[in-house]
Every structure is written in structure tokens, then in C-alpha cells.
Design a protein. Structure first.
Length: 318
């Protein structure tokens, strides 16, 4: 039987429901909201750079992105004598990106890009140093012009994780997604590395707190005092959306962002507040056909010129 997009959507949603409803009373009783994250990023007007551009375009685009994420503990069991643990968590996240496009001869970018995602993760120990992580999520990544099964992106994976010490964790595995319409397996790598006291290096691949899309983070922070950190931050971000702007054969929008800048973070009892800014070194955009056979046959790459960005965010932790 041929696996279609509809089969994937129905199967994944059914599996998510089964995970939650297998023991409904126990699960509902243990649900605890642990994190709320809200933030926004502003990119001012930047010049549109056409593929193989010979003369400068007058087209410009500005972007504003708002994000919200919630994390829930579904179950958390720890056996201190055996050194074993088992944890179930769920996440709800979403983002809204507003694009203001000016002076384009023909429309290239949508006027908005929206994400809404629900995920479940299960982490349990294999022994005192190794654990295994299962993750599954389903979400809509769309320009919201025509929302159907093509806008549904599914992700799932498994990774073996070794904790060498409290500051260094390494993991490897595989994850599956349907970004090109057919399930595709990719290698997975997890690195969590933190070091230092007054000066802190933080490498998170991927960054679980990075917001929508696939985000990595490398930061080097200076602890000004017990309540304030100032950090140099580099956060590459990969995003994929299903769009209607350029027709069915160019509906798959893939974008890369490479922002680097400074972030000032203030710590309070149950709240972190961050304000930052810097340069977005590179923003690339490709439109292609949403077929596995066309994965390496994407359209030419368009860009937005380098420019500054501003961001701010709040993190409540309970």
C-alpha cells in the first residue's frame, strides 16, 4: 500500500491520542505546566537579492515574528537507589511571521507564515550513563492561504544519549519527517555542552528552547552578577513551510537564517527576561516541488540582504 500524506497525518494524530489516552486518569492527574516562553524578533526592511542578480533590485521586505511555547510534564518517575528515571513531556508551540513586501514586480514571498505544533517526548534511562529519547510531533507550517494535509508536517525520532558529566551530553540517532511529502529518515545529533562559572560556554544542538523550526545555539556568556548575564549568541535557524505563492511546483519554501548578536538576560525568581540584537548575516529562500524525487532539484536561491535585528523574550519557569 502506498503511504500518502493523509495516511501519515491520520496515523500520527491517532498515535498521539493513544499516548495520551492510554491511561487518561493518571495522565491528566499528573499534567503540570513547567515552562512558558514568549518572544518576538524584528528584521527591518532589507533589499531582495534575486538569483544570479546582475542589477540591484528595488524590492524590499521587512519581517516581524512572534513566538509562544508551552511545556508540560506528563509523568516524571525517578528511582534514586537504582539511578533510573522515566519522563514524559508534551509541548505546544506556535509562531506568526508578518512580511511586508514592497516594490516587487511579481509576488515572491507570502504576506504571512504561521506554525502550530504539538509534540510528545519520552526519555528513560538504560543505565546510569545512557538513556533513550523518543520524540513525535505534528504541526501546521503554512502561509494559511489553503490549509490542507499538505500543510501538515510530521516529525519523529529516536536517539541514544550519553551523559558524560553534568556539563556534557552527547547523543545520536535518527529522525523521520515528511517535509517532501514522503517519509524520509535523517541522522540525528544531540550535543549539550556547558562550561565555566563567570564565563559560560553553551552549545545546544539542537536548541530545545530555540522556538519554531530547527534551531541550533552557540553562546558565550559573562555573568555580570547573580541576576544578569550578557552573551554573544549565534543561532542558525532552518524553517520549512508549505505555501501557495508560486504554485504547486514551487510550494515548498525552505529558509535559512544566520543571526549573530548580543543578548542581555535578567534572572528573577520564576522569570527570565531577555533583550538582544545583532546582525542577521544570511537569509536564503528556496521554493521547490514538495516531492522526494525533487529534493535535490530545488529552485534558485533568493536572499535578503544582511541587516540588523532586534529581539526580546520572556521565560516563565515553575
Amino acid at each position: 500500500m502506498k503511504i500518502t500524506q493523509q495516511h501519515l497525518v491520520i496515523t500520527t494524530l491517532a498515535f498521539l491520542v493513544i499516548l495520551l489516552m492510554g491511561k487518561p486518569v493518571q495522565v491528566i492527574a499528573q499534567i503540570k505546566l513547567t515552562d512558558i516562553r514568549a518572544g518576538g524578533t524584528y528584521f527591518p526592511e532589507s533589499r531582495f537579492i534575486r538569483p544570479n542578480e546582475t542589477d540591484k533590485s528595488t524590492a524590499k521586505t521587512s519581517m516581524s515574528r512572534a513566538e509562544l511555547g508551552l511545556r508540560f510534564d506528563l509523568s516524571n518517575k525517578v528511582d534514586t537507589l537504582k539511578g533510573s528515571y522515566s519522563k514524559w513531556t508534551a509541548t505546544l508551540s506556535g509562531s506568526y511571521t508578518d512580511l511586508q513586501n514592497k516594490n516587487y514586480e511579481q509576488q515572491v514571498f507570502p504576506s504571512r507564515l504561521v506554525t502550530a505544533d504539538f509534540g510528545i517526548q519520552h526519555l528513560h534511562s538504560l543505565n546510569r550513563s545512557w538513556s533513550i529519547l523518543y520524540a513525535l510531533s505534528a504541526g501546521v507550517y503554512s502561509d494559511m492561504e489553503k490549509v490542507n494535509e499538505k500543510d501538515m508536517f510530521l516529525n519523529g525520532g529516536v536517539a541514544f544519549i550519553k551523559r558524560y558529566n553534568p556539563n556534557f551530553t552527547f547523543g545520536f540517532g535518527a529522525f523521520l519527517n515528511n517535509a517532501y511529502g514522503t517519509p524520509m529518515v535523517w541522522p540525528a545529533l544531540i550535543v549539550q555542552w556547558k562550561t565555566g562559572d563567570k564565563f559560560k560556554l553553551d552549545v545546544s544542538l539542537p536548541d530545545g528552547d530555540g522556538g519554531s523550526g530547527f534551531v541550533n545555539k552557540i553562546s558565550y556568556a559573562y555573568q555580570v552578577n547573580k541576576k544578569t548575564d550578557l552573551a554573544l549568541v549565534f543561532k542558525p535557524r532552518l524553517m520549512s513551510y508549505d505555501t501557495e505563492t508560486l504554485g504547486d511546483k514551487r510550494r515548498m519554501l525552505s529558509s535559512w537564517e544566520l543571526p549573530a548578536g548580543l543578548e542581555n538576560r535578567w534572572h528573577f525568581k520564576h522569570l527570565d527576561f531577555v533583550v538582544g540584537g545583532g546582525m542577521v548575516i544570511l537569509r536564503t529562500y528556496q521554493f521547490g516541488e514538495k516531492k522526494l524525487s525533487k529534493m535535490f532539484d530545488q529552485g534558485p536561491t533568493s536572499k535578503l540582504a544582511s541587516n540588523y535585528y532586534l529581539n526580546m523574550g520572556i521565560h516563565w519557569h515553575f
